[in-house]
Design a protein around this ligand. Structure first.
Ligand code: MF3
Ligand code: CO
Length: 250
């Protein structure tokens, strides 16, 4: 069942997502050559607590850290440990917060120092594919209109779409209905209505779409070891249209 949110609930979720975006901005700035990933995790955790929120991922199905940090061929769910960032890496940061019983969830991919043109294009196209998806968040459209818009932009630019992980509804739970794939035929799935909140999160690969999971049980990486990028926003459909929570109207 899809839980529609009231305006008051959307405001709480906006505040949760503000913390998420403040943390992502700070961690992005700290993602420089020589930094150990676990240091980024410590920053995310302490900053969230200082702002009155709780990191949402720690302990979720046993996930051991506060933030997911996925480097180069890692797609999502990388565990921040001793590994250090290097000049030229791209690093995907995925972070969630619980505030007053509601979840916020967002992700971005950032360069470490100077990166090659292919990395820049991959990050740009992934972010643009998310924005193309958000353009479809209108009452009366359907979930797969979002999916199709993301896929069309990513594949039209020569990249591939990860199939094994999808976006999701979000609210009092991190993952609610409906699922929001980043690929599909338009015009299918539930109709979008005011009060829906969707976490739209394209994972886009330089090479093929296939992924594997590491022996750690979490780290998802591309089968061909080419690079991957990930962007995510929590988006509310309001009476005035799509609102990117934690970002729009700040
Ligand atoms: N944004 C990711 C998702 O929606 C975050 C989950 S990571 C986990 O699935 F560690 F919490 F599982
Ligand atoms: Co998510």
């Amino acid at each position: 069942m899809i839980h529609l949110k009231t305006r008051d609930e959307v405001e709480i979720m906006d505040r949760a997502n503000r913390i998420v975006h403040d943390v992502l901005q700070r961690v992005s700035a700290e993602a420089v050559s020589g930094v150990a990933l676990k240091e980024l995790d410590a920053v995310a955790e302490s900053m969230t607590k200082a702002k009155g929120g709780k990191p949402a991922f720690k302990g979720y199905h046993g996930y051991p850290a506060s933030i997911c940090v996925s480097v180069n061929d890692e797609v999502v769910h990388g565990i921040p440990g001793e590994r250090k960032l290097k000049e030229g890496d791209i690093v995907s940061l995925d972070f969630g917060v619980i505030l007053d019983g509601y979840y916020g969830d967002a992700a971005c991919t950032v360069p470490v120092g100077t990166v090659d043109e292919g990395a820049k294009k991959l990050m740009d196209v992934t972010r643009e594919s998310l924005l193309k998806g958000i353009e479809q968040v209108q009452a009366g459209r359907r979930v797969s209109d979002v999916s199709h818009a993301v896929q069309t932009w990513a594949e039209g630019n020569g990249f591939s779409v990860v199939r094994d992980y999808v976006g999701h509804g979000i609210g009092r739970a991190l993952h609610e209905e409906p699922q929001v794939p980043n690929f599909g035929t338009p015009g299918l799935g539930p109709k979008l209505q005011v009060g829906m909140v969707l976490a739209i999160e394209p994972m886009i690969n330089e090479g093929g779409p296939d992924v594997t999971v590491d022996p750690d049980g979490w780290t998802v990486r591309t089968r061909d070891h080419k690079r991957s990028a990930h962007y995510e926003y929590s988006v509310a459909l309001t009476a005035d249209g799509a609102r990117v929570l934690g970002v729009d109207g700040r």
